[in-house]
Ligand binder design. Structure first.
Ligand code: HGA
Length: 611
């Protein structure tokens, strides 16, 4: 996905821009470029398709130096990945822009600007921004003023940065739906879409908020909020340990990664939501065309990713009315598969190098699928390179072998896919997309509330420490959540755990229930609640001890042998994401009590690149 870096300093900033882009490479991209204002007051640009190293080589071959500049790694949404479509884009060799996100009304703006005499050099939506600014500068000569006026015309999502030959001492930036952070130096300042890009030059950061406009000079930063009021944003000092390679205040990577979920879910949503709908182009330039033809979905994945796919099946069929099949990759790749016409092949993998999933994708290419989509956490992985479309989960590096934040960001991505397919196919019920987009925006805060259950779950974990077997029950889309809960417990505490759809209990597993076998249940407040309550009675009647994670409005309370832990209320469709959190915490605390190697459980590896 795109990255932005900008700098204003008293030294040459070209190397800083390139180093910043390199640090964002993990996000995946197809081309890179930079624009620098030279000492002669000229805008000079270098762009290359492929890696940042290609861009670097271009700069070595034809050096460019200056004290003000912007740079970008592009992941195409509008227009093919060509050098001409790579950012920065120019208007009149006076203004340059880099942009992350999607301008939804670019066609109308393009026509309007063509009418004003502007000639377009690329197929991108981004180019309308730079001509619009150029035009606005004629009546509002200050770059920040022009940006404030111009963003009112932009619909969609953006994080953008601009420089102009007329105000060579500053860069300006705007954030709406795509993150931006200012890096504060001594007599020099920087901008980036992720603070990771700037850590070689500073450890002090100022995060822009939604709707903010910033003017960044060497010795001054000014910010205006959505309402146009000048505001101060807090300066945050970066401490080593706040990032992936360090556990920081946490005892294990797994606990740290569980607690990162509100932030990474937020990041996975950024730039992908319009006012009341999902931005279909976030899946790639050909997404809308391809999605319009999809009549079936085949999901293939392994382990935790397979459980995410199982949840998506409930969503795709119940919300978008699109038939969906889900299969573990190691089975799919070796059996003779009958492919329904117009089926989209969706693979899900944290690393994008999972051998079975990759092999399944390669087989799928021979089988007549309509196209392929990868949902993946690593932008430069084989799975991403070999799929037609990609949606990256922006979970950041996951170190704990037992997957946590990768799973919840996969779920979020699959909900975006459900809404995008339903939108393009016109199969969503009225109002559903707007309502779920609103709920998705609230999701990071709700996950934060669920994390506040930490201490309660830690206490309940004691019940499991001396047990050898556990059952997990769920119904509907919570059944795969129960499967994921059981997998987590198995993986890190080595307690045997099985998940069943609650209705299956009486068809066999009930025979196992006694007071030595705790039964964990996820019980959101939906139409299946009453049925679930009967299933719980069946367990209690056999002396089984119940641990129930229940909606605060579910009307379930503690009783003998029944431990009810209240979970904040949430829209039913998103409940699988929220209920995952207490189950992750439960397995974590049970493992800690048992003293196992939480982050590197025996016999397991993080990225399963072998068959
Ligand atoms: N829409 C712009 C920027 C794409 C982007 O943000 N990708 O992550 C383009 O296609 O150039």
């Amino acid at each position: 996905m795109c990255g932005i870096v900008g700098a204003v300093a008293e030294r040459n900033i070209t190397a800083i821009l390139i180093e910043g882009l390199k640090r964002l490479e993990y996000r995946g991209y197809d081309s890179a470029g930079l624009a620098v204002l030279t000492q002669d007051g000229e805008l000079q640009r270098r762009r290359r398709i492929g890696k940042v190293s290609e861009l670097e080589a271009a700069v070595v071959a034809e050096p460019v130096a200056g004290r003000l500049g912007i740079a970008h790694t592009r992941w195409a949404t509008h227009g093919a990945p060509t050098e001409g479509n790579a950012h920065p884009h120019f208007s009149g060799h006076e203004v340059a822009v880099v942009h992350n996100g999607i301008i939804e009304n670019h066609e109308a703006l393009r026509e309007e600007l063509k009418g004003l005499g502007y000639v377009f050099a690329s197929q991108t939506d981004t180019e309308v921004i730079v001509h619009l600014i150029h035009h606005t500068l004629k009546s509002l000569p200050d770059l920040a003023d022009a940006l404030k006026a111009a963003v009112k015309r932009l619909h969609g999502a953006y994080g953008l940065a601009l420089i102009s030959t007329h105000q060579p001492d500053r860069l300006v930036a705007a954030r709406s739906g795509s993150p931006l952070v200012i890096g504060l130096g001594l007599g020099e300042n920087f901008l980036a879409s992720d603070q990771l890009a700037l850590r070689q030059v500073t450890d002090r950061f100022m995060y822009l908020e939604e709707g903010d406009i910033a003017e960044i000079r060497r010795d001054q930063v000014r910010i205006w909020d959505q309402g146009g009021r000048e505001v101060q944003r807090e300066t945050v000092q970066y401490h080593e340990g706040a990032e992936a390679a360090d556990k920081g205040q946490y005892r294990h990577f797994m606990l740290k990664e569980i607690h990162e979920q509100p932030r990474v879910v937020q990041r996975t949503l950024e730039g992908r939501l319009g006012t009341d709908h999902v931005l279909v182009q976030a899946f790639g330039p050909q997404a809308a065309e391809l999605f319009a033809k999809v009549r079936n979905v085949q999901i293939v994945a392994c382990g935790t990713s397979y459980h995410a796919g199982m949840v998506a099946r409930y969503w795709l069929e119940s919300l978008a009315g699109i038939p969906c099949q889900v299969e573990v990759a190691s089975e799919f790749r070796y059996r003779k598969v009958v492919v329904q016409p117009d089926t989209l092949f969706v693979s899900i993998s944290q690393s994008g190098e999972t051998a079975d999933t990759l092999a399944a994708l390669r087989n799928a290419k021979e089988l007549g699928f309509l196209g392929s989509l990868a949902i993946c956490n690593v932008g430069i992985s084989s799975l991403v390179r070999e799929s037609d479309l990609t949606l990256l989960t922006l979970a950041g590096p996951e170190i704990g072998v037992a997957s946590t934040k990768a799973f919840t960001t996969q779920l979020v991505s699959l909900m975006l896919l459900t809404l995008a397919l339903g939108q393009v196919r016109g199969t969503l019920a009225a109002g559903v997309e707007a309502e779920l987009v609103e709920e998705l925006r609230r999701l990071p805060a709700r996950l934060g509330e669920a994390l506040a259950m930490d201490a309660t779950v830690e206490k309940i974990a004691e019940l499991f420490a001396d047990k050898h077997h556990t059952l997990f029950l769920g119904r509907g889309a919570q059944y795969p959540v129960a499967m994921e809960g059981a997998l987590k417990l198995k993986e890190i505490s080595y307690i045997h755990a099985e998940a069943y759809p609650a209705g299956e209990l009486k068809h066999g597993p009930l025979a196992l229930v006694d007071n030595d076998m705790p039964v964990v249940t996820v019980a959101p407040n939906n139409e299946l609640l009453e049925k679930l309550k009967s299933n719980l009675q069946e367990v209690r009647a056999r002396g089984g001890e119940l641990v129930v994670f229940a909606d605060e409005q579910a009307g379930l309370s503690n009783g003998e042998g029944t431990h009810v832990i209240q979970v904040p209320h949430i829209a039913d469709a998103l409940a699988p994401i929220l209920y995952t959190i207490p189950l992750q915490l439960l397995s974590y605390y049970v493992a800690v009590l048992k003293g196992t190697d939480v982050d590197q459980p025996r016999n397991l590896a993080k990225s399963v690149t072998v068959e």
